[in-house]
Design a binder for this molecule. Structure first.
Ligand code: FES
Length: 204
């Protein structure tokens, strides 16, 4: 695992919006007395969402205070799990799967498209709208290669399709998530190869 450090530029403070605060209290209430620290991951996740997709140090301290935890314990969680971004990400945050099935199916082309149209990995694009990073398997190998952009998966990609998606998002256009091929979900690309006939009354 790479070294994960807090961003040198931090906001002065952080606090949940009233809605998120109510939500956080509901999460904490799910755990028995003395076990409130178990809510650390959902609370950090919500703080990250509220803060534009990355987790600043004041948010880590804020969540630690809410849960009665030592700051170092909350920092350990935030720096261990790569789902927490410790530096700013773009409004469109692209996570490119580079694990073997996606790599065999062309993940390098996807990374090249990101480098060309967004910039170096883990840095904000010049317009501040996008960033990208390589991640491990996102569990959609059957539709490889794929990326996750914010909360959505985009699958069956190649370099050209990835370039189109980046361009469209940058222009504020909608892109339909899911397979960027003709297939639905994870059905076979060329059509069904098995179970092509409805069994007759005799069970054939
Ligand atoms: S290897 Fe890319 S989603 Fe599993």
């Amino acid at each position: 695992m790479s070294v994960r450090r807090l961003d040198p530029n931090q906001p002065e403070s952080f606090e949940f919006t009233p809605e998120n605060l109510e939500w956080a209290k509901g999460q904490i209430a799910k755990y028995p007395d003395g076990r409130q620290a178990s809510a650390i991951i959902p609370l950090l996740w919500q703080a990250q969402k509220q803060h534009g997709g990355w987790l600043p140090e004041p948010a880590i301290r804020y969540v630690a205070d809410m849960l009665g935890m030592a700051y170092i314990r909350a920092l350990e969680v935030a720096t261990f799990y790569t789902m927490f971004n410790l530096t700013p990400v773009g409004e469109h945050f692209v996570q490119v799967c580079g694990t073997t099935p996606c790599w065999l199916r062309g993940a390098d082309e996807i990374k090249d498209a990101c480098k060309k149209h967004i910039g170096p990995e883990k840095t904000l694009s010049a317009d501040g709208k996008m960033s990208w990073m390589e991640v491990e398997c996102l569990g959609a190998c059957v539709n490889a290669p794929m990326v996750q952009i914010n909360d959505d998966y985009y699958e069956d990609l190649d370099g050209a399709k990835m370039e189109e998606i980046i361009k469209a998002l940058r222009e504020g256009k909608d892109v339909t998530p899911g397979p960027q091929s003709s297939r639905k979900t994870s059905e076979p690309i060329g059509g069904l190869t098995t179970l092509t006939e409805v069994p007759g009354a005799g069970g054939k």
